[in-house]
Write a protein that binds this ligand. Structure first.
Ligand code: GUN
Length: 283
């Protein structure tokens, strides 16, 4: 049976470090503010936003929540983003995705000031990640890297297989693993012989958004398995993209859902927000 990687514990450790740093910055007269914008009433997004607010409280940030109705127009949302770009009390801006269909996500992301883009979704920040010279690391992939570190495995030279190619996880995840000298394969819905690929992985990152998609027989004995999926089943239970029961018998280390990657994403968001405050303090 594999080691269970406790994302909650690692996240608590990271948040405690941030709390202490925030305290020190406060003594120097620097307050840290994170603005979180949510449009509409998607229940999953509401939970994520609430958790982000709670985390701000824990680490001592000022949090500014903008809960806008589903009918908000693109122009109205752009105006909110512009206001936040100019607000000196706001160091980081996060617009919770997905947005309602009538709002173009790219237009909104492009409007966020890159130096406040704590999600690292703006093309400027995406480009910086590509060339390996970045200020903000996208939160979920950064959290995954912390958990891999926690498992005690050195990425260098390892076969890293990512299932999923989203802009939020799959693609930036590939870059972060590559920067640590992993040999990276990105798989997706058109990949042929998927199990052959996943069975080759020393490090397997599942980010497809399909419940229990990766089974134990698709995993190499002793592999580190990181499950990014958060899927709500009909019985209301949360489950990941990895079938935990069969996978944990084969994996060397594995993250649970919930309590794995989820709490790490938020801890990394807090880390990026401190970075934003430090970067922008002289401006
Ligand atoms: N929706 C799902 N994950 C994320 C995330 O990391 N950031 C934002 N802004 N929205 C999300």
């Amino acid at each position: 049976m594999g080691q269970i990687i406790d994302g909650k514990a690692v996240s608590a450790k990271v948040k405690e470090e941030i709390r202490l740093e925030t305290e020190k910055l406060k003594e120097q007269g620097i307050e840290i503010g994170l603005a979180v914008v949510i449009v509409g009433d998607d229940p999953a997004s509401q939970v994520y936003v609430r958790n982000k607010e709670k985390a701000c409280e824990t680490v001592g940030f000022n949090s500014f929540k903008y809960a806008l109705p589903a009918e908000t127009t693109e122009e109205e949302l752009l105006n909110v983003v512009k206001e936040l770009n100019e607000d000196k009390n706001v160091n980081g801006i996060l617009v919770q995705l997905p947005l309602p269909k009538h709002i173009d996500e790219k237009t909104i992301i492009n409007a966020i000031a890159p130096n406040k883009d704590v999600d690292a979704f703006h093309p400027v920040n995406v480009g910086k990640i590509m060339v390996g010279n970045y200020d903000f690391v996208p939160c979920t992939p950064a959290g995954v890297m912390e958990l891999i570190k926690e498992s005690g495995i050195d990425v260098s030279g390892k076969e890293c297989v990512i299932v999923g190619r989203s802009n939020i996880v799959g693609k930036p995840q590939a870059m972060l693993l590559l920067h640590q000298n992993g040999t990276v394969t990105i798989c997706h819905s058109k990949t042929k012989n998927l199990a052959e690929k996943t069975k080759n992985a020393d490090i397997l990152v599942a980010a497809v958004g399909i419940p229990n998609f990766i089974k134990g027989d698709m995993i190499k004995e002793g592999a580190v398995v990181i499950d990014v999926g958060i899927n709500r089943l009909e019985n209301k239970k949360l489950c990941g993209d990895v079938e935990f029961e069969s996978a944990e018998k084969v994996a060397g280390a594995i993250t649970p859902v919930p309590g794995g990657v989820g709490p790490m994403t938020i801890a990394m968001l807090m880390k990026n927000t401190v970075k934003a405050a430090i970067l922008n303090k002289s401006k």
